[in-house]
Ligand binder design. Structure first.
Ligand SMILES: NC(=O)C1=CN([C@@H]2O[C@H](COP(=O)(O)OP(=O)(O)OC[C@H]3O[C@@H](n4cnc5c(N)ncnc54)[C@H](OP(=O)(O)O)[C@@H]3O)[C@@H](O)[C@H]2O)[C@H](O)CC1
Ligand SMILES: Cc1cc2nc3c(=O)[nH]c(=O)nc-3n(C[C@H](O)[C@H](O)[C@H](O)COP(=O)(O)O)c2cc1C
Ligand SMILES: Cc1ncc(COP(=O)(O)O)c(C=O)c1O
Ligand SMILES: [K+]
Length: 514
């Protein structure tokens, strides 16, 4: 294999035309051909000079950090876990209600990250007599509001107002409470997820009735897993119930959850957890606790209530799929003007708060038909076409010089929508490029000068040094001149396809060729 080389890259802007949908057709069948894409070394170098992209850059960085920090996680003993609880609810001024609310919300958000409500609707929450059971009650309420259908089994209720309040809240949502006798002996058919909120870090000895029997029913589900048959996913809150809080499943005879949501910090038994999904929740740990217990915990990304820890899940790539469920998109729903239709969908993507709704894949090809694709940012769309900005000496620019045709692809995953646009490409005017260039953050302007896009550079230091020199040169606030080799392209559309995903792959595809 050849070693990686470092290339650099820059950015781009967008606009659109007026045409009718006279030729629009609904094509249902999807090509069933599969493609084998050969793997090759991709010289790359994502250069984001300083933080012109601010928060977004930071939040994606903290997610990456979280993934990289897996080795450094620390674990609490049973005594330490109880101590932390006491400190939080003593000198640190928390109430148990608050902590339980945050813990239960963390459990619900962790579940929702892995098991989509559309596929895993029926949730059984088995609650024990202590705070672990309380976390389960809170999680059930949040899951209800997230669109799941929870049922509760809460055989040993605690008479304290906190718990009776949680029960009343669930009853007001008509969440069913099932007795142990109501539950089938074989839990495999009636539920998609079972949340084990039976015992937490205060568990000791061997499980007593009726929890011994419930744990046995969970353990019986192992047989289905071993036989590769569908059975509910088991999610344990803080401790897999029945496991020793520090030693884990000592007898090797208890159930093995698919997911563990550790709260505050993982307890020692979590070292023995080998399931696919380990999450951390309880985003309330103040620095004084972190320092006292020398905790190494991953940062929570953005505003999340949970973060994945442990090894990344091993997925069966072939089994990864979504069943798209969307409103129908019919001929009578589409705007006769594809540009207006595009704007409508674009506005929907913005309103849905999708990240980078203007990110699009741009495909170009050499004159002898060698294709290549990359993402660029749409910077304008109107009757004249779609505009993006880039480096005129880049690979895409070379392609466009010899073959001025391209295709654009938008994928708005959160809306089950895709738009294809194909057409001919021209450079935008120098004035237009000038105007756009000077509207960009200073860092991006300097980046455009520093980065010889698509050419091989000796290393990241090369870009950083060039960038620093430019920063010095322009530190007096003088105008940063647009490099000659930087500017926009405009694609004049000839063909549109608006795609809305539907169940069983019977998607709606409306196209208009102009
Ligand atoms: N700071 C945090 O991390 C927070 C964690 N929370 C959650 O709270 C639990 C710990 O809660 P706690 O009430 O201390 O303990 P448990 O939920 O584990 O349950 C204690 C009850 O279970 C009974 N028990 C213990 N062992 C057995 C057994 N072998 N058989 C049957 N019953 C058992 C115990 O009864 P005892 O009579 O034995 O004392 C108790 O009734 C933690 O894990 C988190 O999930 C908070 O919600 C938020 C803050
Ligand atoms: C979301 C996203 C947006 C991007 N936007 C642009 C852009 O607007 N202009 C640009 O030149 N490069 C942009 N890039 C970088 C390009 O994908 C690519 O790496 C670079 O333009 C070099 O491509 P080339 O060597 O094929 O010409 C973007 C990358 C991503 C992931
Ligand atoms: C290399 C490069 N150039 C240009 C852009 C577009 O940047 P701007 O929005 O500042 O025009 C991007 C966006 O990611 C980029 O990566
Ligand atoms: K548990």
């Amino acid at each position: 294999m050849r070693p990686f080389l470092r290339k650099t890259h820059l950015m781009t802007r967008l606009f659109f035309t007026h045409h009718s949908f006279s030729n629009s057709t609904l094509i249902i069948p999807q090509s069933s051909r599969s493609f084998q894409i050969p793997l090759f070394n991709i010289p790359h170098g994502v250069f984001r000079p300083n933080s012109s992209s601010g928060i977004r850059w930071f939040s994606s960085k903290s997610r990456v950090e979280a993934m990289q920090n897996l080795e450094a996680i620390s674990y609490l003993s049973q005594r330490e876990a109880a101590e932390v609880d006491e400190i939080l609810m003593g000198s640190l001024g928390f109430s148990v209600d608050q902590l339980m609310e945050l813990a239960g919300l963390s459990v619900a958000t962790s579940v929702a990250e892995v098991y989509k409500a559309s596929e895993y609707k029926r949730v059984l929450v088995i609650c024990g007599p202590g705070n672990n059971g309380g976390d389960g009650l809170v999680a059930a309420r949040h899951l209800f509001h997230f669109g799941y259908k929870p049922s509760i089994c809460y055989p040993k209720r605690t008479a304290k107002p906190l718990y009776t309040g949680l029960v009343t809240q669930l009853e007001s949502l008509s969440v069913p409470f099932l007795t142990v006798d109501d539950l089938p002996l074989d839990l495999s058919k009636d539920f998609d997820i079972i949340i084990d909120a039976i015992f937490g870090f205060s568990f000791h000895g061997a499980p007593r009735p009726p929890f011994d029997d419930l744990i046995q029913r969970l353990t019986s589900l192992n047989d289905y897993k071993e036989a590769n048959q569908r059975s509910p996913a088991i999610v344990s809150v803080d401790i897999p119930s029945g496991w020793h809080v520090e030693e884990g499943d000592i007898s090797d005879s208890s159930f093995k959850p698919d997911m563990l949501v550790s709260l505050t910090a993982p307890k020692l038994c979590a070292k023995k957890f080998n399931g696919p999904h380990h999450f951390l929740g309880g985003r309330f740990v103040p620095p004084s606790i972190v320092n006292k217990y020398n905790l190494h915990l991953p940062p929570y990304p953005g505003t999340a209530m949970c973060v994945r820890i442990g090894k990344p899940p091993q997925v069966d790539i072939a089994a990864l799929r979504e069943n798209y469920i969307s409103p129908e998109f019919l001929e009578e729903n589409v705007d006769a003007d594809p540009i207006r239709q595009f704007r409508k969908w674009f506005d929907d993507a913005v309103a849905a708060n999708l990240r980078e709704p203007n990110a699009m894949s741009l495909s170009t090809a050499t004159s002898d038909g060698k294709p290549s694709s990359r993402m660029v940012l749409l910077k304008g769309v109107d009757e004249d076409g779609f505009v993006w900005y880039t480096n005129y000496e880049s690979r895409k620019a070379h392609d466009l010089a010899e073959n001025p045709r391209a295709s654009l692809l938008f994928f708005w995953e959160g809306l089950n929508r895709q738009v294809r646009v194909e057409g001919s490409v021209q450079k935008v005017s120098e004035e237009e490029s000038e105007q756009y260039f000077h509207s960009r953050p200073q860092g991006s302007q300097l980046g455009a000068i520093a980065s010889p896009q698509s050419s091989v550079v000796p290393g990241r230091h090369f870009l950083i040094n060039k960038y620093k020199e430019l920063e010095d040169t322009f530190s007096n606030g003088s105008l940063i001149p647009k490099p000659k080799h930087w500017g926009g392209y405009r694609l004049k559309p000839e063909l549109f396809e608006f795609w809305q995903g539907q169940p069983s792959r019977l998607h709606d595809r409306l196209f208009s060729s102009l």
